[in-house]
Design a protein around this ligand. Structure first.
Ligand code: P1T
Length: 385
């Protein structure tokens, strides 16, 4: 069951990578090593584990598992996606500049513009659907290009390969937040990115029961720098959280297939619906970057954004009337969620930026779960009516 030297497919890696039966009992599941410290035979004589902020065997198993899923040599886990972002960013210094896609997750924008700006970091936000916008934003002190694709919540796509080519030419690093796609549907490192990041709270955990973050890289220097910050900043996940995330990850491939199937059906249903003004879904030929979606993503995932006719009043009603969809922030769980980005997940984005990005009052974001598709359609139908 040690798969480290085998060439295995994602469906097998999700279940086995990083995990070996417990050597003391044979337990097939990695134990929850609920311990803060480890007994040493003498000062410095230990088995690779000294203190659980620094290392924990349940966390190591999860890190190995997720690194394998992303095709990364190294993986590091954090207490949240924001914790992972912070640990990466703090490997840089005051005076460094970053080019960031314009509609990053609201919490990432908040971290950059209201926390890290105070540390002397500089950010330029650009629409990365056009590569020339990135090229124009690069300055002599630029260090990293930060991509999220599809973007949150307007589901714009960014051509990862084109960006990483430009970054390499300019001697810059590229990070891809792969949360919306999951490692099963998109492989940024294979497209040339240096770092891949996840809020494991979402599809990787998959059951809305745990908050976590992950970064994967095959660059030893980046790994060492982020690992140093993982220990120094201390935003590490608890062993129980690592166990839950690892259990979730085992079914990631089957869940992603069903999320994509269900979302495709819902997107088509909404596109034909008389109460709906516009649907944004990368799997629909009406998506402006449909060709890129087919090239870059294995399937289209579970996230749909749409605009209901009737503005704020109508969208509020839809969110109040749903019965299977739950009105809640977050995404990527087995259950379907519906939310209003302008009021909920992206409330911290300034009003003028929201307007510029098209995060309108009528905009609704749904995370399509893996329930029965007819039930989901019936629920949206009655809520829209
Ligand atoms: O919530 P946390 O685990 O800290 O992850 C932050 C984060 C990072 N990147 C992306 C693309 C995200 O969507 C998130 C969190 N997003 C939500 C909570 C949301 O509802 O969009």
């Amino acid at each position: 069951m040690n798969t480290s030297d085998m060439k295995i497919h994602p469906e097998t890696a999700a279940i086995h990578a990083g995990q070996i039966p417990d050597p003391t009992t044979g337990a097939i599941m990695t134990p929850i090593y609920q311990t803060s410290t480890y007994v040493q035979a003498g000062p410095g004589k230990h088995k690779g584990y000294e203190y659980s902020r620094t290392q924990n065997p349940t966390r190591s198993a999860l890190e190995g598992n997720l690194a394998a899923l992303e095709g990364a040599k190294f993986g590091l886990c954090f207490a949240s996606g924001c914790g992972a972002s912070t640990a990466v960013m703090l490997t840089y210094s005051a005076g460094d500049h970053f080019v960031v896609c314009d509609d990053v997750y609201g919490g990432t924008r908040r971290l950059f513009t209201r926390v890290l700006n105070k540390c002397g970091f500089e950010f330029t936000f650009v629409d990365m659907t056009k590569i020339e916008n990135i090229e124009k934003a690069i300055k002599p002190n630029t260090k990293l290009i930060w991509i999220e694709t599809p973007t949150n919540p307007t589901l714009k796509l960014i051509d990862i390969e084109a960006v990483t080519k430009l970054a390499k030419k300019k001697n810059l690093k590229t990070l891809v937040d792969n949360t919306f796609m999951s490692p099963y549907l998109q492989s940024p490192l294979q497209l040339g990115a240096d770092i891949v990041l996840h809020s494991t709270t979402k599809y990787i955990g998959g059951h809305s029961d745990v908050v976590g973050g992950f970064i994967g890289t095959s660059d030893e220097a980046i790994y060492q720098a982020v690992k140093f910050n993982q220990n120094s900043l201390g935003a590490v996940p608890a062993p129980m959280d690592c166990f839950l995330t690892m259990r979730g990850a085992k079914t990631l491939p089957v869940r992603m297939k069903q999320h994509s199937l269900n979302a495709m059906e819902i997107a088509k249903f909404l596109e034909k619906h008389p109460q709906v003004e516009k649907v944004i879904y990368p799997g629909l030929p009406s998506h402006p970057q449909y060709e890129l979606a087919k090239r870059q993503m294995k399937d289209s995932g579970g996230m749909i954004t749409f605009i209901a006719k009737g503005g704020l009043e109508k969208s509020r009603k839809v969110l109040e009337k749903v019965r299977i969809f739950a009105c809640a922030e977050s995404l990527g769980g087995v259950e379907s969620l519906i939310e209003h980005p302008a009021i909920m997940t992206h409330a911290s984005v300034p009003a003028e930026v929201k307007a510029e990005l098209g995060i309108a009052d009528g905009l609704i974001r749904i995370s399509v779960g893996i329930e029965n598709i007819e039930d989901l359609k019936a629920d949206l139908e009655q809520a829209l009516r």
